[in-house]
Design a protein around this ligand. Sequence first.
Ligand SMILES: Cc1cc2nc3c(=O)[nH]c(=O)nc-3n(C[C@H](O)[C@H](O)[C@H](O)COP(=O)(O)O)c2cc1C
Length: 358
Amino acid sequence: MTSRAFHGIQDSMQETRKRDHIELTNKAQTGRPEVDSRFYYEPMQSAHPNSQTDISTTFLGKKISAPFWISSMTGGVGEARHINQNLARVCREFSLGMGLGSCRTLLDGDQYFADFNLRPILGPDLPLFANLGIAQVEKLVHSNNANKIFDMVNRLDADGLIVHVNPLQEWFQPEGDKFEFSPIVTIAKLCNANANRQYKIIVKEVGQGMGPKSLKALLELPIDAIELASFGGTNFSKLELLRSQGTSVVEIEALSRVGHTSIEMISMLNNLLKANPKYMEKQIIISGGIENFLDGFYLQELLSFSSIIGQAKNFLNRAENYSDLIKFTEAQIEGLKMARAFLTVKPRPNSSATPEVQ
Ligand SMILES: Cc1cc2nc3c(=O)[nH]c(=O)nc-3n(C[C@H](O)[C@H](O)[C@H](O)COP(=O)(O)O)c2cc1C
């Protein structure tokens, strides 16, 4: 090789290296730290949590080992039994509570009873709630058949009923039900049928949340808890929209974007409580777009009511594989203990910006 050729190869290697440096510089960034600015981090103030650290709480009269809740998810078809049973197993393992998905099929018979029959797995001491849509509740209570609802709750040995109120979802659903009465009238009638408060009643949305008038009306009724199911996570209007793409419902798609985030609803609830401290007897399930224990910790610290943290999608995504479910649940519990030990929530500017409700 001539010396000219040798130098030629050296030059081209150097060039390649330079080009690599230029190209890889962008890939080699460590990234700016993404500070979660919701919290003060206080490393001086606590020892590490350990197995004795107690984050247990009471939800509607039953003790749970940590303030976590598996939010209602539909059951009744094939896969659902396995999923429901895994969810109940993890509740039993960590002493948590859960809501069943819509138990509508059980109103007509026991064909799917085994899919929903989770009390034997959960044991007697943990909270378990049946679930119905307001459309079914409306049909039954306005025809004086509320006993059919309570009979179903009894068969499941559940602590009570969660009623989901979902006018937008029903509207978007091609085969959806239309309400003849406003939901608050139907729920008031359900409460009348449960005058001795034998069954606990929880009311929720399904991913849109609700505004201050609805919250106030619910707080005035003899129900036991409200689940926020707020905007920001799984959204059933959007889900129904996806199912019905191509039909005229797309023209009213803008309606799927209305609603209230958890933080907005918490501000509304705090304002309502300030005006009427007797609302304090209700409990709140904070849910809808809770990504992890840290979101839950943040929102629980801001809310003045007694509360627990509900998640649906995150549990569902792991529900088929029990060891994934265990890992996720354990991480939520251990993460919350760490958050309580080392974090405090920064005061929010303008936190009472929600309108007063008359
Ligand atoms: C697959 C699935 C099925 C659901 N079925 C019901 C139901 O039957 N009844 C109900 O009240 N909510 C139902 N929900 C709504 C959840 O309980 C919850 O309010 C909502 O998904 C928001 O929580 P997330 O953002 O953690 O998913 C369902 C959610 C999912 C993901």
